[in-house]
Design a protein around this ligand. Structure first.
Ligand code: UT7
Length: 331
């Protein structure tokens, strides 16, 4: 059971992107938009789309297997699986349980968590506590989404933004002085009406009417979410740095939620970071909600952008409204 507090870090990462690419030009053919508007207002050029036979657990399971492999572990070594998603395979059972079965992580407990685009960072914070107290040794955190299934094909403000994908990380004990140095998490429930899906839950169960009104699709007040994001990304990153006893000058690398290049630029400016210290892939994948941060992290790690001893910030925001950041000394 609970033993002692130990240092916890990320010991393996993985990701999976479906093969089908949807370009801005493809969207021009189905909705009133254009490549120039999308690129200048968001920074996105293309995004991925899962084939009809693939659901969130299929993408998540592949990312998870790659993360377990990169941690040099076997699926049976995993003690707990946490899946951050707003597009679960179904309302229940959890996508985490479905993935547990798919990858053969027979000894793992499993649950989903709902914090939208901040979900992966919330998940890391939960995983880290379990390991630090000695209750579990290896926890798998997955961010996976098939957002293409919940986009209104007639809503140009959301159709152009979101994409499908999955990323995962295995957390475990690391050398003292390395791993997670701090977390800063928050929520502002008063902003819940800025980004949501109305129908399909207990307040507005799915019906012919809800489907006719398109209430099973994402609804977003984009410019209000934008203002919130610009404020919170810098604020929460600075708080996490302070909790870690560090300053902006100590940051070696930033992995921000990939929502909009103008939001990322604002955070980079607030943190006074050089652009080469920031990972951006939203031009290729768009906003993948809970999958954005883990996919970016996995790519940055595999490209050798992050080295032992680097102070890395992960930061995100999303529906809820929620936000979260953490500082990791890479091990
Ligand atoms: O992970 C968290 C999830 N959400 C976000 O991060 C979203 C944050 N918000 C944003 O990224 C931006 O607000 C958007 C990219 C969604 C929109 O950009 P904006 O600069 O805030 O535009 P806007 O909503 O204020 O709209 C400006 C104009 C409007 O036209 P009028 O009313 O000025 O004539 C829109 O109808 O741009 C129009 N517009 C478009 N035009 C061409 C909106 N979407 C499109 C489009 N193509 N796809």
């Amino acid at each position: 059971m609970v033993n002692k507090v130990c240092s916890v870090g990320i010991i393996g990462t993985g990701s999976y992107l479906p093969e089908t690419i949807v370009t801005n030009e493809d969207l021009e053919k189905i909705i009133d938009t254009n490549d120039e508007w999308i690129v200048t207002r968001t920074g996105i050029s293309e995004r991925r789309k899962a084939p009809p036979e693939m659901a969130t657990s299929d993408l998540g399971a592949i990312a998870a297997q790659r993360a377990i492999e990169s941690a040099n572990l076997r699926p049976e070594d995993i003690d707990l699986i946490i899946v951050a998603t707003i597009t679960p395979d179904m309302l229940f059972p959890s996508t985490a349980c479905i993935i547990q079965e798919k990858i053969g992580a027979t000894k793992a407990a499993a649950f989903d968590l709902s914090a939208a685009c901040t979900g992966f960072i919330y998940g890391l914070s939960i995983a880290a506590q379990f390991i630090a107290t000695g209750m579990y040794k290896y926890v798998l955190v997955i961010g996976a989404e098939v957002l293409s299934r919940i986009l209104n094909p007639k809503d140009r403000s959301t159709l152009i933004l979101f994409g499908d994908g999955a990323g995962a990380a295995v957390l475990g004990p690391v050398e003292e002085g390395y791993g997670f140095l701090s977390f800063d998490l928050g929520a502002e429930g008063s902003g819940g009406d800025l980004l949501y899906i109305k129908a399909g839950g207990s307040r507005f169960p799915a019906s012919k009417e809800t489907v006719e009104k398109g209430e099973h699709y994402i609804k977003m007040v984009g410019n209000e979410v934008f203002k919130f994001a610009v404020r919170i990304m810098g604020e929460t990153s600075l708080k996490a740095l302070e909790k870690a006893g560090l300053t902006q000058d100590d940051v070696n690398y930033l992995i921000p939620h990939q929502a909009n290049i103008r939001i990322v630029d604002a955070a980079v400016k607030r943190l006074k970071l050089a652009t080469e210290k920031v990972y951006v892939n939203l031009d290729k994948y768009g906003n993948m909600s809970g999958a954005s941060v883990p996919v970016a992290l996995d790519e940055a790690v595999r490209k050798g952008r992050i080295n032992k001893g680097d102070n890395v910030i992960l930061v995100g925001f999303g529906a809820g409204l929620t936000w979260g950041s953490c500082v990791i000394r890479w091990s």
